[in-house]
Design a protein around this ligand. Sequence first.
Ligand SMILES: [Zn+2]
Length: 265
Amino acid sequence: MPELPEVETERWRLETRIEGRRIGSALIADERLTRPEDPAWVAARLAGERVVAVERRGKYLLMRLEGGEVLVVHLRMTGSFRYEPASHERAVLELDDGTRIVYRDLRRFGTWVLLEPEEAEEYLAIRLGPEPLGRGFTAGFLAGRLDGRRAPVKAAILDQRTVAGLGNIYADEALWYARVHPLRPAGRLTGAEIVALRNGIRSALRRGIRRQGADLGDGTYSGGRMQHEFRVYGRTGESCDRCGTPIEKTRAGGRGTWYCPHCQV
Ligand SMILES: [Zn+2]
């Protein structure tokens, strides 16, 4: 499932091809993608529009159109944009320069929502906390979100209103950087641990962006190199890069969770 670094890489790849270009024609072949709107209605609104910007908020991609509307795309489990014919094509945008942009989605959980700018703001504001790499993501904000919560800290930081864009992989990596055990009750972290966690989240995400995300070899997201540099994710039995202790696997919030039993306390 693409997380912030993978979505940011998709944003960048999309931006280089579509920003400033006009959508010549749009075909949306999957009614689930735009539900409850009629896909033909959404396609008709996209056709003829120039894309003025491609932005990202959390795991959402935002295509801002010259006419003012915003196409809010969520890739969910298996959505991705491709620039050559692909299997499981759910939508195709043909640009005025002949570029063909394919939206592929094997499991069909992805969504395309076309909104007015104010609606888009509100749509995102109720779902997402501040950008973890932006100024608003302070230790104070994080402390307020974790305060009084008994849930494991791993589960708490997967809440998109706490850390927009964080998912299972980078949450594990962030907790390793912060030296915090994933099953610690969220409300029991000390002030120093919250600062370390905030910094760990940013380190993990920045590293993921630099490596263009993680390609897990399942065909859903490709081209990244982060999978070669995981500190804990998926590394059961391998040595911790910091202390040499074998990495262990547990579950937190229903998700497979990896950590070092020695240096994460
Ligand atoms: Zn360790």
